[in-house]
Design a protein around this ligand. Structure first.
Ligand code: SUG
Length: 424
């Protein structure tokens, strides 16, 4: 079995609207000018880097934004432009939510349960409801439809719709799930990391325990190989709104900040009892603040085709001396991580999305790969045609005031149609 990473392509309305409370980058870059074309090209360059490492790379296209249809549900009517104009006048925050290109962070699209772990031997994808944030909740229905389109074979995949969007059932998908296994094809341990419902702290609980339990039930995971771990409150307060901001796992390696979990000793002990050759790689000397600003742990940890593992890191981690010293210590340490590969995803980073947020990982065997719609797997030709569409149609920049302009809405519609035409 191999792992295919499906990256979200940053959409043409990528902007900085400060929509995510508890996400330090989203809050601090609110109101800045964004560069959607650069965002999409940075995303494509990252996908290319993975292809050049010999990895199979997929992509997921963005839904149409602004989401006029979502606004109709709030009582706005008429043609799309009338709906958008009225929302802009009467509830600017709602229009901003409908303009967000947040679907790019596909780690939040769904939780993926690998075929060797599930009750029926199929790969299960449980669409996230993203109930914690209005702009993200708009993604769920379109993501469900997209996942059914991409993971087309019902013999190989079970694609579930989102859980009801209710308090204490917030589900943000793979960003809070880690799979540990001797190899991609071996039965794995599934770790669900969640927030605390009763906490009532400053930041909303984004992944709830009960939603994770529902995901485990739906996919038929075996209880003794399923683990639930509470996020460390200090990490949440420092801006680790998702577990993947402070931890990443691949096969038998777990790279984590020492303050990622409320009770790390117990978690590691329980995991080791089931997976004796587990490597827990902790980085010492990196404060939570440095972890959040550098996104060191929001790296992709990937198995290389020739053996060993690579960390695909954001350039922000290289620019932070403390974070980079930790990376060098990890590379020198006694663990399978051999290479550090740096990618520039700055436009996404300014909204709190690093390399790991941008991708949904899906482990598949040969027949599983054959059960995926090939239009969403990249080769040289597909990569080039995506890059051409982005260069021709994506806006160069968006200033905060542009979100109410019909010219931007028209440009976004054209870009979306051009992309759909290329996908076919
Ligand atoms: O949900 N940011 C996203 C970032 C998601 C990162 N994903 C993972 N960690 N897996 C979020 O907070 C900001 C949009 C804005 O403010 O305009 C935003 O939605």
């Amino acid at each position: 079995m191999i792992e295919v990473n499906f990256d979200g392509l940053p959409g043409p309305t990528h902007n900085y609207a400060g929509l995510s409370v508890g996400n330090v980058a989203s809050q601090s870059h609110f109101g800045e000018v964004s560069y959607p074309r650069a965002a999409a090209l940075q995303g494509l360059a990252k996908m290319r880097t993975a292809m050049e490492l010999g990895l199979t790379q997929g992509f997921l296209p963005p839904p149409l934004r602004p989401a006029a249809d979502a606004l109709r549900g709030f009582g706005f009517s008429g043609a799309d432009d009338e709906v958008l104009a009225a929302a802009g006048e009467q509830d600017l925050a709602l229009l901003r939510a409908a303009c967000s290109a947040s679907s790019m962070w596909r780690a939040n699209a769904a939780t993926v349960l690998a075929a060797p772990d599930t009750g029926d031997g199929r790969t299960h994808l449980v669409t996230a409801n993203l109930a914690g944030m209005l702009h993200r909740s708009f993604e769920a229905a379109e993501t469900f439809a997209l996942l059914r389109r991409v993971f087309a074979s019902e013999d190989r995949f079970a694609v579930h719709g989102p859980r009801a969007s209710a308090r204490h059932f917030g589900d943000e998908g793979a960003a809070n799930h880690m799979r540990l296994a001797a190899s991609h094809g071996a039965p794995g341990l599934n770790v669900f990391v969640h927030g605390e419902a009763s906490r009532g702290g400053a930041f909303p609980e984004r992944q709830s325990l009960r939603a994770s339990q529902a995901v485990a039930r739906l996919s038929g995971l075996a209880g003794e190989r399923t683990f639930y771990a509470l996020q460390n409150e200090a990490a949440v307060q420092a801006g680790a709104f998702h577990n993947d901001v402070v931890a990443v796992a691949n096969q038998n390696v777990l790279l984590a900040h020492p303050q990622a979990f409320a009770d790390p000793a117990r978690l590691y002990r329980e995991l080791r009892a089931r997976l004796p050759n587990l490597h827990v790689v902790e980085t010492f000397g990196v404060s939570l603040e440095d972890a959040v600003s550098s996104y060191l742990f929001n790296s992709q940890l990937v198995s290389l085709p020739g053996g060993g593992m690579a960390l695909i890191l954001p350039s922000d981690a290289q620019e932070n001396a403390v974070a980079w010293a930790a990376v060098e210590a990890v590379l020198a340490g006694d663990n399978p991580i051999e290479r550090a590969v740096v990618v520039d995803v700055r436009e996404s980073m300014r909204n709190g999305g690093g390399p790991a947020c941008l991708r949904l990982r899906v482990p598949v065997d040969g027949p599983g790969l054959a059960g995926i719609d090939p239009r969403f797997i990249l080769d040289e030709a597909r990569w080039t045609s995506l890059a051409k569409v982005v260069v021709s149609y994506w806006p160069e920049q968006i200033a905060p005031g542009d979100l109410v302009k019909p010219e931007l809405w028209a440009q976004a519609r054209e870009a979306h149609a051009a992309l759909e035409a290329v996908i076919g």
